[in-house]
Ligand binder design. Structure first.
Ligand code: FAD
Length: 303
């Protein structure tokens, strides 16, 4: 068996793998898609000490770093179940079962998509999902935020301090965000809130130039000219494959303690698949390191 088996090869998993391998223990990492969400990212300007990089370039560095150690890297493998007998057993889609004394889950998350024309076409060309990441690129421009829940309203407040004007589009007749956030939102001079509207299409030639939406009550169609659309309708953790083997919260995020430990002894978790409130590359790497050190601590106490 492995000493530590990591499931997920994004920044959290890679960081966990390197921290584990540096303890001289038998380490494996299984990933459906090595690099994770970073592969889909164009410009990265908040990975501290690197002023600017691009997703695939950062992933190449992650791979180079991981290959520097004696780590079993199993790419293009999907985990479909986890259980604990004498060892922790991870079942792969191809039928293989990997055994390990400790495991770290770092299967990340994915943004819920709108599924309207233009969304895929203009991804990274005006369609964005992360205000912390891409907000500064829209300085002095008009943008829309789709979604009036907590994350949408937080994004709108954040963006209002950077961009020229923000329009919030909410499908339901009321915003779902906390009262205190709504109050702050409505106090801002450069924000417009549109409720009971359905986003229909993101338009443009090479990049986003506007959005078309309908007023659901009046059944009228409108068009707004703007440079960016932030989609904020939810982040879905990739944790369904775990069923109820480890505790998850109402969003499906894995609940971990200070050491990255889950509710199942010997199983740790890190990154966007956990209940960490902020989902960023640097944070995923930090929690990956925490989980690996937590797993090592567990091993030396349980051998
Ligand atoms: P992920 O990156 O999601 O990696 C999850 C890994 O698990 C992948 O390898 C995946 O294939 C694998 N996996 C999933 N399910 C299974 C399974 N069942 N079996 C095996 N493997 C599985 N953050 C920043 O800090 N700065 C930015 O500029 C930035 N820009 C972004 C732009 C975009 C378009 C997106 C989508 C995100 C951006 N983020 C940015 C967020 C950042 O990418 C994430 O916070 C980070 O990648 C999370 O790392 P992670 O390792 O937890 O998960």
């Amino acid at each position: 068996p492995y000493d530590v088996l990591i499931i997920g090869g994004g920044p959290a998993g890679v960081s966990a793998a390197i921290y584990a391998a540096r303890k001289g223990i038998r380490t494996g990492i299984v990933a459906e898609r090595f690099g994770g969400q970073v592969m889909d990212t164009l410009g990265i300007e908040n990975f501290i000490s690197v002023k600017h990089t691009e997703g695939p370039k950062l992933v190449a560095s992650l791979e180079e770093h991981v290959r520097d150690y004696d780590i079993d890297v199993m790419k293009s493998q999907n985990a479909k179940g986890l259980q604990k007998n004498q060892f922790i057993e991870v079942e792969l889609e191809n039928g293989a079962i990997l055994k390990s004394k400790a495991a770290i889950i770092s299967t990340g998350a994915r943004w819920r998509k709108l599924g309207i024309p233009g969304e895929d076409k203009f991804k990274n060309k005006g369609v964005a999902y992360c205000p912390h990441c891409d907000g500064p690129m829209f300085q002095g421009k008009d943008v829309a935020v789709i979604g009036g829940g907590n994350s949408g309203v937080e994004a709108a407040i954040d963006l209002a301090g950077i961009v020229k004007h923000v329009t919030v589009l909410e499908f339901m007749p009321e915003l779902k965000a906390d009262e205190v956030l709504q109050k702050r939102l409505y106090s801002l001079p450069n924000v417009t809130v549109l409720k009971n509207v359905e986003s229909k299409e993101i338009t443009g030639a090479d990049k986003v130039e506007g959005i078309t939406y309908t007023d659901r009550e009046r059944k009228e169609t409108h068009h707004l000219e703007l440079a960016g659309v932030f989609v904020q309708i939810g982040l879905i953790p990739n944790t369904d494959w775990l069923a109820d083997t480890v505790e998850r919260n109402s969003f499906g995020e894995i609940v971990v303690d200070r050491h990255g430990a889950t509710s199942l002894a010997g199983v740790f978790a890190a990154g966007d698949c956990t209940h960490s409130p902020y989902k960023q590359i640097i944070i995923s790497m930090g929690t990956g390191a925490t989980a690996a050190l937590g797993a090592f601590d567990y091993l030396i106490r349980n051998e």
